[in-house]
Design a protein around this ligand. Sequence first.
Ligand code: IMP
Length: 424
Amino acid sequence: MPANIVVGSQWGDEGKGKIIDILASRAEVVVRSQGGNNAGHTVVNNGEVYKLHLIPSGILYPDTLCLIGAGVVLDPKDFISELDSLETRGISTKNLKIDPRAQIVMPWHIQLDGLSEKFRGNSDIGTTKRGIGPAYMDKYERCGIRMYDLCHPDVLAEKIKATGNLKNKIITAVYGGEAYDLDAVTAEYIEYGKRLASYMDDVSVLTYEADKAGKTIMFEGAQATLLDIDFGTYPYVTSSHPLSAGVCVGTGVGPRMITNIIGVAKAYTTRVGKGPFPTELDDEIGDKIRNVGGEFGTTTGRPRRTGWFDAVIVRHSVRVNGLDGLAINKLDTLCGLGTLKICVGYKMPDGSITKNFPPTLEELSGCEPIYEEAEGFTEDITGCRTFEELPASCQKYIKRLEELCECKIAMIGVGPDRSQIIER
Ligand code: IMP
């Protein structure tokens, strides 16, 4: 106790890394429960920039136990290079544990991700091409390779033979690609297993025991609410459950353990990849937000699409995650933009007005955002550390978001560094 969950409340890249990092500094255990190296957390600490994809951000604290749960899909090659890059910067990874049940991303998953995206043509999803969808497909098809298998060469060889033969058939016969040499893949992955064996442990048990011992636990979400496979903008979503409820199944703990759920959003909206985006700004203001906010993907470097704050989205997030509080990041990015706009509802194609996020893409694609204007600001707010220090227009903006989203705004980000935060 306490056990906090941090989730993304928009389409990802809300600056969860920073909020997670602040809370990780107070946590004794940090747990990651879904997704894979499609995620990217940038943490700035004392001017040092760390880009983490799979390893929980608690790793920057030497005494924090960092856990990767069963719901994660782990690319061992990428994971090892992340381990190496931390170790070479003097960050120890001895307190890191991976659940034996976690699924392993195989090379064919990555290739099939790219091939199926190409096959979809203009209807592609815009995935990160990290093999995430195909790895989750195998998990649910019940032919996935797991962390335990990776660390047991005989089991691994057998499973690679069984699955690899089928994947080779699909790659060659359906897509006209090149088959994998399964012996070479096995040899490569046995080496990864040797390197990772000492990290394997039962994360469900470790988390449960830590909670019983009264330790402070933080569950760090990857991706975000609108990328959830069920409650996001399907099919333009990822293949896991980034919602707060996903934490429980992805770690192997009961929902009663959770004491606080925090959603992270930006003071505006961004999205990478394809799919409808009602408040998207295809103009100079959108470019300005992108450039000032540094809105380029951590994982892929892609420019992010930008738009006004959408309270319909964040209200949806408050509901489906059961949020206790919101952290609003990057308020400083809105400086000098003139009058701001907030989307307060959608006008549906039949003329009706809704404040609820539409369940289907077909409904969402046809809706128009209804805006309310808010006074902008020109003051530099990056040095503000209390709510009262913010210009009156900023305070009003935050209070209005709070009303519209029906959730308390507990933290406000005013710059990239860990210290540039206002806690209320
Ligand atoms: P996938 O997770 O690589 O399959 O990609 C599916 C969709 O989720 C694409 O639109 C990606 O851009 C998006 N996505 C996946 N991970 C992240 C993330 O960490 N931040 C933002 N978008 C993401």
